[in-house]
Design a protein around this ligand. Sequence first.
Ligand code: 3HC
Length: 342
Amino acid sequence: MARIVQPAGQPAPTNAPNAPDAPASNDAAGQANFDAIIAKDSRVEPKDWMPEAYRRSLVRQISQHAHSEIIGMQPEANWITRAPSLKRKSILMAKVQDEAGHGLYLYSAAETLGTTRDDMMDALVAGKARYSSIFNYPTVTWADMGAIGWMVDGAAICNQVPLCRASYGPYGRAMVRVCKEESFHQRQGFEILLELAHGTPEQKAMAQDAVNRWYAPSLMMFGPPDDDSPNSKQSMAWNIKRFSNDELRSRFVGMLAEQVKVLGLTLPDSEIRFNEDTKKWEYGPLDWEEFKEVLAGRGPCNAQRLERRRSAHEDGAWVREAAAAYHDKQLAKQAAEQKAAA
Ligand code: 3HC
């Protein structure tokens, strides 16, 4: 495999808590300061001392999120050349580019925690990193672009708006921008479905079929049920997550249940109802065995998605090498100028 280098202009972070000049991790004053920040519901910044477990958990979540954005470009990129009009093609292209941008904000946020983009990318292409289950399902018709926008980006908004208040500053700030763009993504998806649903009977059937196929996988994006979610409790205590997986899933079902009426379509779940006592939306059982299979790498498109990412990474080796060579040249030029000036 090609040599992996730190791109020009992106030195390995030095102010992160695991950098050589960072305080020792058993720093009692640092812990007290961290506890006070969390108690005040304020923000932890890269230069602040933080517990190693907090740092690791953030890297785990943010890198998983970044990888999801990058892998998530594939199912939709698959339709750019087949979009039904120039307008649809430009919108879809802009959306896929936005996802790349989201990945970059998130990799940058993770880098402030002392990990490098190269390490995260190596883990992804080696098949050792997680990314969202949803992107392992195929996009078989144009209506899937509508269902992804409406449901997948809709679920992302529901999950990610609370993350704008995540206790780690760089993550929360990245999420603000991501969420603004996700709103546009969701609306364009809704509009695709609305147009299909009011088109010919074949178009309406295609829209309904896409909604039927993406419904359950989009609910699973919120993660396993609360009883089976090892990270939620601690993440919520650290103000990274604000709501549990089931709370957000229920909120999302409520959103879909109302909006599907405007589309004139139905959701493939006859058990959806609003429980007046708990004030929560309820829904029928989900196939958590399927979820586990997808997470274990045995979903419909896992192998294809990873292989595509690997080959894109290898194809991009020359760009990284050119950037590194340029960076080295700039450093040599600076050194020569400093020497001449001395
Ligand atoms: N797909 C893949 N893995 C998942 C998952 C999913 N849908 N849901 C949970 N998992 C993984 C977790 O990462 C965790 O694995 P790990 O311990 O090895 O990291 C394990 O399953 C147990 O789940 P938990 O509920 O304990 O994990 P979390 O507390 O981290 O909650 C989460 C999971 C809700 C996905 C949370 O990490 C989160 O909110 N992440 C940020 C948002 C995100 O990553 N979204 C991904 C979709 S990106 C996207 O939507 C792009 C847009 O353009 C559409």
